[in-house]
Ligand binder design. Structure first.
Ligand SMILES: O=P(O)(O)OC[C@H]1O[C@](O)(COP(=O)(O)O)[C@@H](O)[C@@H]1O
Ligand SMILES: [Mg+2]
Ligand SMILES: [Mg+2]
Length: 322
């Protein structure tokens, strides 16, 4: 049996450059620190909300702010990173360096789950930028790397440079250890994730897709489906990377004006890169998420992602509805 691989071993073999390996090391250190803070947050006085609202119009939790500050602290220590885009910052933050990388992050995803001790996470995307004329509005297909940390019973780190998706687990000693070198998402699945309390807002393709699933063996698909919804995108996507399924936050009549619910640069794009590298698919219903050219750093986008055959079935319903 070969010796267990650490994140550093893996980066040495897989990272396209030592600079990019250093960027991932910085982000992983931030995630490890957030994992530690979360473990005892309720007794450290870090539970609950602040009286601040972020640029999304959402009330920030104390841990949203703490996680964002941890990202900033670590990123400041790496001169290769010149810009940070965050869900919790109105504008991008420019560091005083000439670094060639920008990070986009949702420092704490699913924070409504904090009060009930259910899995939350950090999502991140790495972009190449010219520090003198940074272009932050790049389609997701340009991402150099992407990943997330899921803070659940164990802390998982999922990473991709665009070709394969690897999974790591944080050891008790604070080291990320490789546990899967090439995650593969099954093409077919019998599990779907959607907030079904929003049914009255759904469009026809989404309604048809879900109705076909609910009809089960008696329906036109002749197949039973099960439904799961954690309410943390990280946890829902982690389940899909581990055992297949589809995650839906499509455009509905309530989110049309905003362009969707989930954010393109630091939620949809990194998850799309991870899923595609693992053999899955990610669509807006009208094309590949990774092809969307952003017009704003906090832009929202419709999200349909996971097992490729399931995404293709809903895409076909959208194509038919045109
Ligand atoms: O409130 P809903 O409709 O269940 O939405 C849940 C979705 O919103 C999010 O919580 C948004 O993320 P934040 O917690 O970072 O704002 C996703 O993680 C999740 O999939
Ligand atoms: Mg989020
Ligand atoms: Mg968040």
């Amino acid at each position: 049996m070969s010796a267990p691989k650490t994140l550093q071993d893996w980066l040495q073999a897989e990272a396209p450059s030592s600079e990019l390996a250093g960027v991932i090391t910085t982000i992983a250190a931030a995630c490890a620190e957030i994992a530690k803070v979360l473990r005892t947050a309720p007794t450290d006085g870090l539970a609950g909300a602040t009286d601040h609202t972020n640029v999304q119009g959402e009330t920030q939790k104390q841990l949203d702010v703490v996680s964002n500050d941890i990202f900033i602290k670590h990123i400041r220590q790496n001169a290769a990173i010149s810009i940070l885009i965050s869900e919790e910052l109105d504008e991008e933050l420019h560091m005083q360096n000439q670094g060639r990388f920008a990070i986009a992050t949702d420092p704490l995803d699913g924070s409504s789950n904090l009060d009930v001790n259910v899995t939350v996470g950090s999502i991140f995307s790495v972009l190449a930028v010219d520090p003198n004329a940074p272009d932050l509005l790049q389609p997701g297909s340009e991402q150099l790397a992407a990943g997330y940390a899921a803070y659940g019973p164990s802390t998982s780190l999922l990473l991709t440079f665009g070709k394969t998706t690897a999974a790591f687990t944080l050891s008790n000693e604070g080291v990320f250890m490789l546990d899967r070198e090439a995650v593969q998402v099954a093409a077919q699945s019998g599990e779907y994730a959607i907030n079904s309390a929003r049914q009255r807002f759904w469009d026809a393709p989404t309604s048809t897709y879900v109705a076909q699933n609910i009809a089960g063996e008696e329906g036109e698909l002749g197949k039973r489906y099960n439904m799961r919804w954690v309410g943390s995108m990280v946890a829902d996507i982690h389940r899909i990377l581990m055992r297949g399924g589809i995650f839906l936050y499509p455009l509905d009549s309530e989110t049309t004006a905003k362009g969707g619910r989930l954010r393109l640069l630091y939620e949809a794009n990194p998850m799309s890169l991870l899923l595609e590298a693992a053999g899955g698919a990610a669509s807006t219903g009208h094309g590949r998420i990774l092809d969307v050219v952003p017009t704003d750093i906090h832009q929202r986008v419709p999200v349909i992602m996971g097992s490729s055959a399931e995404v293709a079935r809903l895409d076909a319903l959208y194509a038919k509805a045109k």
